[in-house]
Design a protein around this ligand. Structure first.
Ligand SMILES: C[S@@+](CC[C@H](N)C(=O)[O-])C[C@H]1O[C@@H](n2cnc3c(N)ncnc32)[C@H](O)[C@@H]1O
Length: 416
């Protein structure tokens, strides 16, 4: 879906537009051929590995991020009506306009810093970033707009190029800091990226980003915790064996979780590395993480004994994580208890956890809708479109049940 940009007044092209983004040349291979090539590469890694197996996190890492072949390296834009899933910001810009209200409050609580960084992990083609900036304009928040540097962090160079183009078209290239690819996701506890940027005062946003980080899978069998590895048996298959790292059991123990017999669970060790990256980027400010997920007691509770790993392809759920490698989005729900605890170890404190619907309503979603309704420029179909977007964002069976975790660092108790 193309975002509604009618509220952006035209602006002259900026003098200091960010440098162009390098986009890899498109290959002539069909999607199926790319998938086969990627499957072949992963199979070769399995066959040459000691014990002829790899962790599921390694499989997921390659399936999502293999340069030129992984799901998040494809030229096609996936979170769209025509793609595999639709995120809340893609549903309607009112999501971003509402988030802009929070950002205004947070900027004020930080003492109106200049510059003020808005760092978005998994920025995609910039739909949320554009809607936030548009929201700030709609609210007349010129102080924030003048101070703001928007820093998209996106692993897909095609999306980053789309983002730069869209910001320029919207006359918003000025607040756009040059997009930086995130540190490559790693399943293990690798060191944080060497060249950490100078820490800023600002806000980190991650919407539907954490659920894409690679996960290890564990299973409880015969009273022991085993890990589910990926092997090749004429196709990809699972094999339960001794865990590759004690960090898996440690994470669950720190969460206070005890798996029951036959329970399968996912563990995202990459959270540590992400939080290292966030902590290196933000000296003072807030983090807003929005995603599928639950506190650990719920995530690993009796209602989810098979885990939460899912694939998405063409707006359909794909139960087999090994099908159509590189063409299927793989996700696992976020363990928000672990995010909170690991963030606290890095100097953040959790100041709120809510469902997406609670968060949006508390942030002023209804005020935004009333503003749309009251505007003489609003046509009936615009209003209906905003309303139907809101219904999806608030629906407790869909995005309304997402969790929103807000963290703060270096700030006095402030907005929630
Ligand atoms: C589900 S989409 C969400 C996009 C956007 N945040 C939204 O809400 O519409 C996830 C985005 O995160 C990007 N991404 C996934 N893993 C990433 C990583 N490790 N580093 C940077 N970007 C990543 C993907 O390329 C994709 O654009």
């Amino acid at each position: 879906m193309t975002p509604d940009r009618r509220h952006l007044p035209p602006a002259p092209p900026p003098a200091d537009a960010p440098p162009p983004v390098d986009v890899p040349p498109q290959t002539d291979l069909s999607a199926d051929a790319r998938s086969l090539e990627l499957a072949g590469l992963i199979r070769a890694e399995i066959e040459s590995a000691p014990d002829s197996r790899i962790t599921f996190a390694r499989f997921m890492e390659r399936a999502l991020y293999e340069p030129g072949l992984g799901y998040y390296r494809q030229p096609a834009d996936r979170p769209t009506d025509a793609g595999d899933f639709l995120t809340a910001p893609e549903t309607h810009p009112i999501f971003g306009w509402t988030l802009a209200r929070r950002i205004e409050e947070m900027w004020a609580s930080l003492g109106e810093p200049r510059p003020f960084s808005l760092i978005e992990f998994g920025a995609g083609s910039g739909t949320l970033g554009l809607a936030i900036l548009e929201g700030l304009r709609r609210h007349g928040s010129t102080g924030v707009l003048e101070a703001l540097r928007y820093e998209p962090i996106e692993s897909n160079p095609h999306r980053l190029a789309d983002l730069a183009r869209r910001f320029e078209e919207a006359g918003l290239a000025d607040p756009l800091a040059h997009g930086t690819p995130a540190a490559e996701p790693a399943p293990g506890a690798e060191p944080a990226p060497a060249a950490a940027p100078a820490p800023a005062v600002g806000i980190v946003i991650a919407n539907e980003f954490l659920d894409a980080l690679p996960v290890h899978r564990v299973v409880q069998r015969g009273g022991r915790q085993l890990e589910l590895f990926v092997v090749w048996r004429d196709r990809f298959a699972e094999l339960a064996a001794e865990p590759s790292t004690p960090a898996l059991a440690e994470r669950l123990a720190d969460d206070g979780v005890e798996l029951v017999e036959a329970q399968v669970a996912e563990v995202c060790l990459g959270l540590e590395r992400w939080l290292d990256d966030v902590a290196a980027r933000i000296a003072a400010g807030y983090v807003i993480a929005i995603d599928y997920g639950y506190p650990a007691a719920e995530l690993y509770g009796r209602r989810r004994l098979a885990g939460t790993l899912l694939g998405y392809s063409g707006h359909r759920v794909q139960d087999d994580p090994f099908a159509d490698v590189g063409l299927t989005d793989l996700t696992a729900h976020v363990d928000f208890t672990a995010v909170e605890r690991l963030a606290e170890r890095r100097g953040f404190r959790a100041i709120g956890i809510a469902t997406q619907s609670e968060f949006l309503i508390a942030s002023g979603l209804e005020v935004e809708l009333r503003t749309v309704q009251a505007s003489p420029d609003t046509k009936t179909e615009d209003y209906l479109r905003a309303r139907s977007g809101i219904v999806r964002m608030l629906d407790p069976r869909q995005m309304g049940r997402f969790r929103v975790l807000t963290l703060a660092r270096g700030v006095l108790p402030g907005p929630r």
